[in-house]
Design a protein around this ligand. Structure first.
Ligand code: ARG
Length: 424
């Protein structure tokens, strides 16, 4: 009796790498390959991708539309957390990976597969994110990463594809490595690897050059409830539509181009270009609403949490309890972040021009220099006396004791020579 072949679920994009992977896994591992294509909002028709996998030899091919889960379980929580890696990158790819990992694991379970596979190379962040997430969710699964295992150069890979009648389309000539989902698009490699070179215009797809952007500003209003955006220009929208609409509006105004020289998990500095129009606008608007609804202490602490949260997501630790702890804090922290922000989109810049909230901590009668001022000016004198006391005390004792010209010592001690050396 013929024993059943083992099965592997491959995260399939339709590109050259994962297409070659279907054949390569079959040859190397003698497994049935189930191709899983996940829609996180790439706006392309995935049916041909699904069919392509079958044509190449997958035993099964399927599409999962995970856009809604992506928006409500990954993107909006990240927005509430103020997630910008190194204060710059809105984390589109990094947020998508744990979801893809989860869907791979679920599908493996449903299909009785003993392995999952992905098309990541051995020097990027994505392999870390996938492998850590997959083994956190199911340590028994074998992970196959063909691009990390095969020793083929790009040309050998193309040869292999042609020998195996795997279609090699023109985009293979594209020198860039591109990843995209509804929260953003990333472009790396090619000429971009020289951090001195300005990105060529043709790498951009979602954002207009500011020279082609409208000459008149676009004003928009976004309503938030507890840190979640609910409507655009007074019109309630589900998260997917809201993000898609903002990608379009802001992109048309040339907003959302990000040039980031970032620190990868694997120790490399890499230069990455992002297009993230909606993420740029929403992060800006959300932050403006926090400024008017949070106390100074809360804002300072939130900033620390945002940085930590971004690192955890970037570093592939989505399914960690530390992440869970931070989410608990963020949810509590967001409970007053309700209100409306008005923004002006114009020639590549997105400026906040208005904010209001039923829970606003901005008190006009305290802030105003005009009539109606209720601030107790006299109380300031006593406050300043006590507030300045430590600094005044220190000056009288320590600053006075300093010798003239005395400087803060360097943290590097000088070299100390041996006082004597004896030789045989
Ligand atoms: N540097 C970004 C990140 O690590 C984007 C990675 C894009 N991935 C890709 N395979 N092109 O999140």
């Amino acid at each position: 009796m013929e024993t059943q072949k083992k099965k592997v679920v491959l995260a399939y994009s339709g590109g050259l790498d994962t297409s070659v992977a279907i054949k390569w896994i079959q040859e190397k591992y003698n497994m049935d390959v189930i191709a899983l294509t996940i829609d996180l909002g790439t706006e392309k028709d995935l049916r041909p991708v699904e069919e392509k996998a079958l044509k190449i030899g997958a035993s099964q091919s399927m599409i999962i539309d995970a856009k809604e889960v992506f928006v409500y379980y990954f993107i909006f929580p990240a927005l509430q957390a103020g997630a910008l890696y190194e204060k710059t990158y809105p984390l589109a790819t990094a947020l998508g990976r744990p979801l893809i990992a989860k869907l791979l694991v679920d599908t493996a379970k449903a299909e009785g597969a003993s392995a999952v596979a992905h098309g990541c190379t051995g020097k990027g962040n994505d392999q870390v994110r996938f492998d850590v997430a997959i083994h956190t969710l199911d340590p028994s699964l074998q992970i196959i990463a063909p691009l990390r295992e095969w020793k083929m150069s790009r040309n050998e890979e193309i040869d292999y594809a042609q020998k195996n009648r795997i279609p090699v389309d023109v985009s293979t000539q594209n020198p860039y490595s591109i990843d995209e989902n509804i929260w953003g698009r990333s472009v790396e490699c090619g000429i971009l690897e020289d951090p001195w070179v300005e990105p060529p215009e043709d790498i951009y797809k979602w954002t207009k050059n500011i020279n082609d952007a409208p000459d008149k500003p676009t004003y928009i209003e976004i309503d938030f409830e507890k840190g979640i955006p609910l409507s655009l220009n007074g019109q309630e929208m589900d998260g997917i539509n809201l993000i898609e609409e903002l990608n379009k509006m802001a992109g048309d105004n040339g907003i959302g181009r990000i040039d980031h020289l970032e620190n990868r998990i694997v120790g490399i500095k890499s230069r990455e270009i992002y297009e993230a129009p909606a993420a740029t606008v929403l992060n800006k608007a959300h932050q403006a609403l926090e400024e008017i609804t949070m106390t100074k202490d809360t804002l300072r602490f939130k900033d620390l949490v945002s940085n930590h949260y971004s690192d955890i997501v970037y570093n592939g630790l989505w399914f960690s309890t530390f992440h869970q702890d931070m989410v608990a804090y963020v949810l509590s922290n967001q409970r007053f972040v309700t209100g409306t922000v008005r923004l002006k989109l114009f020639k590549g810049t997105c400026s906040v021009v208005g904010r209001k909230s039923p829970l606003s901590l901005y008190n006009h009668s305290l802030a105003t220099y005009d009539t109606g001022d209720t601030f107790e000016h006299d109380a300031a004198v006593g406050f300043i006396k006590i507030y300045g006391l430590p600094t005044k005390t220190q000056a009288q004792i320590q600053l006075k004791a300093l010798k003239k010209g005395e400087v803060i010592p360097s943290i590097m001690p000088p070299k100390v020579e041996p006082i004597n050396v004896m030789k045989k």
